[in-house]
Ligand binder design. Structure first.
Ligand code: ZN
Length: 214
């Protein structure tokens, strides 16, 4: 449990970050803040400051652009992330990857557990590892629990691409990067992705680069 005197530094840090306005700088891999894990949100930010922080995360995600940002990616060790995916992809990709639009959501103190045994393996990337993508086999469906930004309980099943997004962002809050779970032989630059691996599935990449798919 945090004492009130422990709460000031985090709130001050967030105030400092927000003072500049606009998108927040995104921390890159190699910064320990991405590896520390986070403390559960328990009112460390007053409601008005939490609302401003969430809005700044949303602006940062849109500017990147990305489909999710976790607080440690802007240097804040709190268990908070935002997600949103307009899913601007061709129908063929949408069908195979389950990449359906995901409306804006705030995840506070999220945790996930698998629903069923299904696995889905696709290329993904991370705003904190710019320029690269790799294949990650993840649970095809997860049950996400936690709260929203108003403190209301969340208990919801995510499938398809939204399931991938919530696993990726929740992992950030535990100090994990997608590379920790990736098939490292699949690691591909954005240039290689555009030139070679734009197919809806990573089957061709798996054969050519020599990595396993589930
Ligand atoms: Zn990420």
């Amino acid at each position: 449990m945090a004492l009130p005197s422990d709460r000031a530094p985090l709130a001050e840090r967030v105030e400092e970050l927000l003072a500049a306005g606009g998108p927040l700088p995104i921390v890159s891999a190699g910064d320990p803040v991405l590896r520390h894990g986070t403390e559960p949100f328990d009112g460390q930010l007053e409601p008005a400051l939490l609302a401003r922080f969430v809005e700044a995360l949303r602006v940062t995600m849109h500017a990147a652009p990305g489909v999710g940002v976790a607080a440690p990616q802007v240097g804040v060790e709190l268990r908070i992330a935002v997600i949103e995916d307009p899913a601007p992809v061709p129908d063929e990709v949408r069908l195979v990857r389950g990449r359906v639009p995901q409306p804006f959501r705030v995840l506070v103190n999220p945790a996930y557990e698998p629903v069923g045994d299904g696995r889905a393996a696709f290329f993904e990337g991370c705003l904190s590892v710019p320029g690269w993508q790799a294949v990650v086999a993840r649970h095809a469906s997860v049950r996400l629990t936690g709260q929203d930004e108003h403190g209301r309980a969340v208990d919801e099943v995510f499938t398809g691409w939204p399931a991938r997004i919530v696993q990726h962002e929740t992992d950030h809050l535990d100090g994990l990067l997608y590379l920790d779970r990736a098939e490292l032989r699949s690691l591909s630059s954005n240039e290689a992705m555009a030139e070679r691996w734009a197919q809806p599935t990573p089957v061709e990449a798996s054969a050519a680069l020599g990595f396993q798919l589930p």
